[in-house]
Structures are given as structure tokens and as C-alpha cells.
Ligand binder design. Sequence first.
Ligand SMILES: Nc1ncnc2c1ncn2[C@@H]1O[C@H](COP(=O)(O)OP(=O)(O)OP(=O)(O)O)[C@@H](O)[C@H]1O
Ligand SMILES: [Mg+2]
Length: 239
Amino acid sequence: MKKIVEVKNFKMSFNGKTVIKDLDFEVNKGEIFGLLGSNGSGKTTTIRTLLNLYEPTGGELLVDGKRFDANSDVTVGYLPEERGLYKKETVIDTMVYFGNLKGLKNPYEWSKKYLSRVGLADKLNEKTEKLSTGQQQKVQLGICIMNNPELLILDEPTKGFDPVNRKLLMNIIDELHQKGTTIILITHYMDEVERLCDRAVLLKDGVAHAYGTISEIKKKFGNKSLDEIFVEVYGGIDE
Ligand SMILES: Nc1ncnc2c1ncn2[C@@H]1O[C@H](COP(=O)(O)OP(=O)(O)OP(=O)(O)O)[C@@H](O)[C@H]1O
Ligand SMILES: [Mg+2]
């Protein structure tokens, strides 16, 4: 199995406070990989460091065998945890702008089709600031996937989505997977992990508390549901 991402002996501290103690995992080409863990366990930090937005305190984080940078051969789509669009631009202008930057042949056609798929056909000429949070998130996701990235990293893509839109998004993720896209999915919804992910890593106390296929992880915890496992692993919060 060819690896597209390798995280080896990753260590990360902020101002002397250790967030990642020693983390190892790999993402295989073509799989959907769940990066899981409680709030503050270091998921976003791991992705930011993988994409070279942070320097690791120690270890190696590789995309296609190299440190990721602007000259990487791998096309990466990234939906960051922090959302944002140009507020005063229309939805379609925003998407076409990014489509051109990414070298799409028909950014207008692609965007129009995508916007109808996600229920925003009537919002093409609306300023993005007039869209609801979930609607803006769908526009941002469209921008991430429009150039068919080989590696797609989604940091809580369905945060705040209603059940219908969550299902729609899961279908879109599934279709990208069918087309061969490798996807790293950060989510707190275990039903998404059950339905979509091939393998996953559970971060706890700065290490991989569990790592492997979803059935391997379940087996390790006596074949409980992922929701039950999550509560068992992270339940001891001091109140
Ligand atoms: N730039 C930074 N400076 C200082 N501390 C940081 C920085 N980025 C992250 N941290 C700390 O690292 C820890 C992990 O944060 P991170 O955002 O990676 O968690 P997460 O697993 O993505 O959580 P969530 O599920 O809430 O999004 C937190 O304690 C956070 O305060
Ligand atoms: Mg996060």
C-alpha cells in the first residue's frame, strides 16, 4: 500500500507545554483516514504542522515522502478549522476567482453545477456575507474540491450542519473517495467515521491511543460502538 502521508515521532510543544508527545501514523493512498480525538487533543495542530504552517518541535511529517511546501507534486485541498470568505464578493465570483487561480478550464460551469448540487443555485449572485454559516461552509468546501486534489484534508467539515446537509456532505466525500481521492477527515461525529473511514487514529495525551482499521480499533475495545469507545477513552473530564 502506497503511503501519501507519514507522521513519524512527531512532537509539538507551545511555550513549553507539550501538545503532541510522540505521534506516529500513516495515511494510505486512496483511503479515508479519520484523525480523531477530544477537543484540544492536537488534531488541528497535527494538520497545520503537516502542511508546514507550523514547524514541529521534533520528528518528521511527510506528504509523498517529502516535507510539504508550495512546490509539492501532490495537490492538496484543505478546509481549515477557521472558515472565511471574501465577505463583499458574490458566491459565484468568489468560486470563479479561486477556480481561475487553481487553473480550472471551466470554473463558472463547475461552480454552477456544484452550487445546485448543494442547494445554493439561487445564491449565485448573493454576497457571501449574506449566506448562513452552513451555506458559507458549503461554498468553502466547493473551493477546496474544485481542482480534484489528490489529498483532501477536512477539519470538521460538517460542524454545525443539519442532518440533511451532513448526509449530503458525506455523499460528496464518499464520491470523491470512489474517484480515488485520499481524504483525512477530522470529525467529532462517530457515525461519519463508521460510514466513511477505512482507518483512523485516536489522539490522547499526545500519542496514538488507538490506530488501525475501524474494526481493529473496535476489537481493541471489546467491539463497542465508536461513540461508546470515545466516551470510554475521553470520558474522564474533571468538572
Ligand atoms: N498557535 C498555538 N499557540 C499555542 N497553543 C496552541 C496553538 N495551537 C494550538 N495550541 C494548543 O494545542 C492544543 C491542541 O489544539 P488543537 O487546536 O490542535 O486541538 P484539536 O484537537 O484540533 O481540538 P478541537 O477538537 O477543539 O478542534 C490546545 O491545548 C491548544 O491550546
Ligand atoms: Mg481542531
